[in-house]
Design a protein around this ligand. Structure first.
Ligand code: PLP
Length: 396
């Protein structure tokens, strides 16, 4: 029987031929891909929790993959998770489905704005926010985060000005924030809510990382701040990051307001979405109902990986600033003191060190000379990555 909590086994995704992350590294590196370690894109290189795999096997054993609908068991699993983990009471009717949060952002932007409307985001931030805004012909309004030696905060004066712009209709909040790893404090979220409510800016709170929070930090689900917010925001949730099932494409968008929910459903249909895939449901049910202990252990393991990187790089490369990791399994590293420009840094890390991070500039200009390091890997891989970076940098 396999160990239910095995985070140490190195899964060979390099040669599996279908890992977005590893194939991406190979096509970028071409003949130099050889031994390069891909620690980029936010999915985990851990074996999936046994209970999820068992549930999927059980589904496959039935040998039927026709159209499938969400059941009460599905909705109950979500409602109970939100209550248990986040002290957030939701009605099952408020849950709208999506095959991913990036898709949901498209539907929501269609539903809530017109071409030319302005959408506030806080770079450096998850790249598909800006991409979706651009592709849909809306205007990106940036409220850049303030970086004080790796500790990030919100520039509220700037947010006030940006939200006051005539065409500002929507804000996409990343909470917790990818890539800077912040868990927004209740007081910070209250200020965001206050500004957006006063300027009639609707809020999409992307909380896909909200389970992956390290004590003593505590996540606040946005609409729990105040009942008035129920009609002025939606929350994007998913088991995909916490349980590493992004490829099964299951997300739950919580939209308490019935009219807005209807607009969302219409926009999703307009974009061609009307149903989830058959395996999305059992995976989500098993994750939320049966894998909480797996998740808690994964969280501790990731925390130890984070500490390991800080210990080793802190000693051997003190010029690299690592932002405090309050949430997510994505470390944000500032290499600017090494004196490379963004492209030379990328070349140095990929070709000299043999590690493939996500380049910071992908998250906006604010991320130039930064790299994002995915920590959801077996310890041996993390050790090897830091060893390589430290070695390459010391013999520059
Ligand atoms: C903030 C944020 N939103 C959305 C996603 C992706 O969501 P999905 O795979 O459900 O489209 C990610 C993935 O890293 C993310 O970090």
């Amino acid at each position: 029987m396999t160990n239910q909590y095995d985070f140490d086994t190195i899964v060979d995704r390099r040669t599996s031929g279908n890992s977005y992350k590893w194939e991406g590294m190979k096509s970028a590196m071409k003949e130099n891909a050889g031994n390069v370690l891909a620690v980029s894109t936010a999915d985990m290189d851990f074996l999936t929790a046994t209970k999820i795999v068992e549930r999927l096997r059980e589904s496959a054993r039935r040998e039927i993959f026709g159209y499938t609908c969400p059941t009460n068991e599905y909705y109950d699993a979500i409602v109970n998770w939100m209550q248990r983990r986040h002290q957030w009471r939701i009605e099952k009717e408020s849950i709208a489905l999506a095959p991913g949060i990036v898709s949901a952002l498209t539907y929501l932007i269609h539903a809530l704005t017109e071409p030319g409307d302005g959408i506030v985001i806080q770079p450096p931030v998850y790249p598909p926010f800006a991409r979706t805004i651009r592709v849909l012909g809306r205007e990106q309004i940036s409220n850049p985060l303030v970086n004080a030696n790796g500790c990030y905060s919100i520039d509220f004066d700037d947010l006030e000005q940006k939200a006051a712009r005539k065409n500002a209709k929507l804000m996409i909040l990343c909470s917790p924030h990818n890539p800077v790893g912040r868990v927004w404090l209740r007081a910070e979220l209250e200020q965001v809510a206050d500004i957006c409510l006063r300027h009639d800016v609707f809020i999409i709170s992307d909380e896909i990382h909200f389970d992956i929070v390290f004590p003593p930090h505590r996540h606040t689900v946005f609409p729990t701040l105040d009942r008035d917010l129920q009609n002025r925001c939606v929350v994007c949730t998913s088991p995909s990051k916490s349980f590493n099932i992004a490829g099964l494409q299951v997300s739950n968008i919580v939209i308490p307001n019935r009219e807005i929910r209807q607009k969302y459903v219409d926009a999703a249909l307009y974009c061609g979405f009307n149903a989830l895939n058959t395996l999305a449901f059992p995976a989500c049910i098993a994750a939320y109902n049966e894998c909480e202990d797996w998740f808690d252990k994964a969280l501790k393991y990731i925390r130890q990986n984070d500490q390991l990187v800080r210990d080793v790089l802190g000693q051997r490369l003190p010029n690299v600033v690592i932002s405090p990791l309050q949430a997510t399994y994505l470390q944000w590293l500032d290499f600017s003191r090494l004196g490379f420009d963004a492209l030379t840094l990328r070349q140095f890390l990929r070709e000299k060190a043999g590690v493939f991070f996500d380049d910071g500039f992908l998250f906006g200009d604010e991320g130039k000379q930064f790299e994002r390091f995915n920590l959801a890997y077996p310890r041996a891989v993390i050790e090897e990555v830091v060893r390589r970076v430290a070695k390459a940098a010391n013999c520059k």
